[in-house]
Design a protein around this ligand. Structure first.
Ligand code: SAM
Length: 243
């Protein structure tokens, strides 16, 4: 099935992404649960397991949005550690900060408004970086990956959780049908915004697949790069190290 999705020109992409997340920030968490049937919680739990993060470490949750991973890392690193939740979008950061404070999590969390393509941190700062459902929104992904490599400590690891390419044809067709019909419909009904959720479906289609993303990570210097498919490859977790 060809849904005839339009390709957004690069120069318009940043504005489009800003419009989308300004529009969805307040409804983001409830929409995530609805659209993924709650499965995003499992994908994130698996990501935390692969992170190897320990007490006292410094973690960057990049494009961290409303802070689901930050909340988990905050508990793992404890009072001697630090989690930086960085996101380009102020509205998403505000919703995230309010949510985490309501949960009593504030002692070891810092919030930074930043573009993944030009991270405002010193070289070799973080033990672990995660970017969960964020990379596909970034305009220049190679630049962003190089920036992550720079701020990661030697021995540190990068985890990229992102929509990817389903492993089976039938699953791929069903998933296309779901994402191009149901996502905009749920977006319309719950957030009164079908366009943003149509963008979501389009951006998933255009994101590099498992092999291509692994290659991109290798190209900027990550080593021992491996990926783990989840839910039949609808989502993949890529893990790479800086040595
Ligand atoms: N990580 C969260 C999660 O898994 O629920 C939020 C993911 S949300 C789909 C994508 C986030 O990426 C948004 O909060 C958006 O503002 C952020 N983002 C988009 N482009 C970015 C960029 N260039 N640099 C940093 N964050 C960006």
């Amino acid at each position: 099935i060809d849904f005839g999705y339009e390709q957004v020109p690069t120069q318009d992409k940043e504005k489009r992404v800003a419009d989308v997340f300004n529009s969805v920030a307040d409804k983001y968490d409830v929409m995530n649960d609805l659209m993924s049937f709650g499965i995003h919680r499992i994908w994130k739990k698996i990501t935390i397991e692969y992170s190897g993060v320990r007490q006292g470490q410094t973690v960057l949750d990049l494009a961290g949005g409303t802070g689901d991973l930050t909340a988990k890392f905050s508990k793992l690193v404890g009072d001697d550690g630090l989690v930086v939740l960085a996101d380009i979008n102020q509205a998403m950061l505000r919703v995230g900060r309010d949510k985490l404070r309501d949960k009593g999590l504030f002692k070891n969390i810092e919030y930074v408004q930043a573009n993944a393509e030009a991270l405002p941190f010193a070289d070799n700062t973080f033990d672990c970086i995660t970017i969960s459902f964020g990379l596909r929104n970034v305009t220049n992904k190679d630049k962003a990956l190089a920036s992550m490599w720079r701020v990661l400590k030697p021995g540190g690891r990068l985890l990229i959780l992102e929509f990817s390419k389903p492993e089976y044809k039938l699953l791929s067709k069903a998933y296309d049908l779901y994402s191009f019909t149901m996502l905009p419909l749920i977006g319309k009904l719950v957030a009164n915004d079908s366009d943003s959720y149509r963008y979501l479906a389009e951006s998933i289609r255009m994101h590099p697949d498992q092999i291509k993303l692994k290659q991109m990570m290798n190209d900027v210097g990550f080593r021992d790069v491996q990926y783990h498919n989840m839910t039949g490859g609808i989502v993949a977790l890529h893990v790479g190290f800086k040595f």
